[in-house]
Write a protein that binds this ligand. Structure first.
Ligand code: KQY
Length: 409
């Protein structure tokens, strides 16, 4: 009798913590990651804050993939370390490294930067780190989107991508943040920018590309963005930066600097194929209103002169399956818009171009309370992205101390 009662009590406790909506729950006053499958952030009062709002920290991944990073990633790792150090001056940086690179990462990074062993297929924390959302009580949750290497078997950039696709969930587990399972929808963090006041920007070329969510209409894609990012207005810029192999992510062409204001990558050279692309985006933005009914103030950020890969750089890259990863003379998608907004600084790329200084000055004017740090980023660009693509902010909240739900009740 007593034994049966004890067993029954145990079953009741297990049923109680196995919440049918969320999967799991609190355990003895401590919280742990719940995988949320049957709700969505906006339904639960969550939305994605603007990047310019205060951060808890930043996630990065240590690069080593030899068909992305030339000569085994030595130069890229130096640049990544500089980015981590610059961000680490004003927020907690967590760098994920493979088992093979763990010791090297730990030795290369200063002690205040956390290094954790976590496997990945490459090093794009923006694209497959969690997208974090927050509610009015300051609780932070992650979104685990599906990732298929920027287009899967249609026009993706490498295969396999299974480890990348697991990272958002692993990171939420590490941070004790509940996570929304949205793996049935393919989206990279670099393909969205939000103003934290109800507006999201994307490019049609990326979000409507055949390799991501071909079964969904534009309207259906927009509804997913609204539900998951907690926005009521999606701005669909037509395209991004020429030859951007992500199908032209928004984070290389246009970024909010504050609600109602954005920077747009710009060239005055009408002969450049980029001119018509930037002009189309400008015209779109000039005719658009954000979620609050504001017309967006657009600041033009000059582009560097076209940056192309050298023969020497191509020699340093492994082939991707049976194809060369890059060919000499190939134009890279260089843009100063690909910067990270840290708590105390703007960490932006430089390319050794005369426009480096002008772009830095413009950003300094737009962010007077932050120090603009420019990092020579050619070795990141060769991988196909830049500083924004290799970083993912964690908004400030109360999710990282392991007692969040006790505090929020
Ligand atoms: O977000 C990005 N720009 C990443 C591009 C990755 C390309 C892989 N070679």
């Amino acid at each position: 009798g007593a034994e049966r009662l004890a067993n029954l009590r145990q079953i009741v406790i297990m049923v109680d913590i196995a919440d049918p909506i969320y999967g799991y729950g609190d355990w003895g006053g401590r919280s742990f990651m719940r995988i949320i499958r049957e709700s969505a952030p906006s339904r639960d009062g969550f939305y994605m804050p603007g990047e310019f709002e205060f951060h808890e920290g930043c996630i990065m991944i240590f690069p080593e993939r030899p068909d992305s990073w030339q000569y085994g990633g030595y130069a890229a790792r130096r640049a990544f370390v500089q980015v981590a150090e610059a961000i680490g001056e004003s927020e907690k940086v967590t760098v994920c490294a493979s088992g093979a690179q763990y010791d090297n990462a730990r030795a290369a990074l200063p002690p205040h930067i956390r290094v954790v062993e976590m496997s990945s297929n490459d090093a794009w924390a923006r694209d497959y780190g969690p997208t974090f959302v927050r509610n009015a009580a300051g609780e932070v949750r992650g979104i685990d989107w599906g990732f298929n290497a920027w287009g899967g078997l249609c026009d993706g950039l490498y295969f396999p991508w299974d480890k990348d696709n697991q990272m958002a969930r692993k990171l939420c587990d590490l941070l004790d943040a509940d996570v929304y399972d949205k793996r049935d929808f393919i989206l990279e963090g670099g393909s969205i920018h939000v103003d934290g006041e109800g507006t999201c920007m994307v490019t049609e070329s990326c979000l409507l590309s055949g390799g991501r969510n071909p079964g969904l209409t534009k309207q259906e894609i927009q509804e997913v963005l609204e539900e998951y990012l907690g926005v009521s207005k999606v701005l669909w810029l037509p395209c991004g930066i020429y030859n951007d192999e992500t199908n032209e992510h928004i984070d290389n062409i246009c970024a909010f600097v504050k609600p109602g204001e954005a920077v747009l990558a710009w060239t005055d050279d009408e002969e450049d194929v980029q001119y018509a692309m930037s002009r189309a985006s400008l015209e779109y933005l000039e005719g658009a209103l954000d979620a609050k009914g504001r017309r967006i103030k657009v600041h033009k950020l000059p582009l560097p002169k076209p940056v192309t890969v050298t023969e020497e750089e191509c020699r340093g890259l492994d082939a991707c399956w049976d194809r060369p990863s890059r060919v000499p003379g190939e134009r890279l998608a260089a843009s100063y818009v690909n910067f990270y907004i840290a708590n105390g600084s703007i960490v932006m790329p430089g390319f050794g171009d005369p426009a480096d200084a002008e772009a830095k000055e413009i950003l300094q004017g737009l962010f007077p309370d932050r120090k603009v740090v420019q990092i020579y980023a050619r070795d990141i660009l060769i991988g196909g992205g830049n500083i924004h693509c290799i970083t993912q902010q964690i908004p400030a909240g109360r999710h990282v101390n392991g007692t969040k739900r006790k505090e929020s009740t």
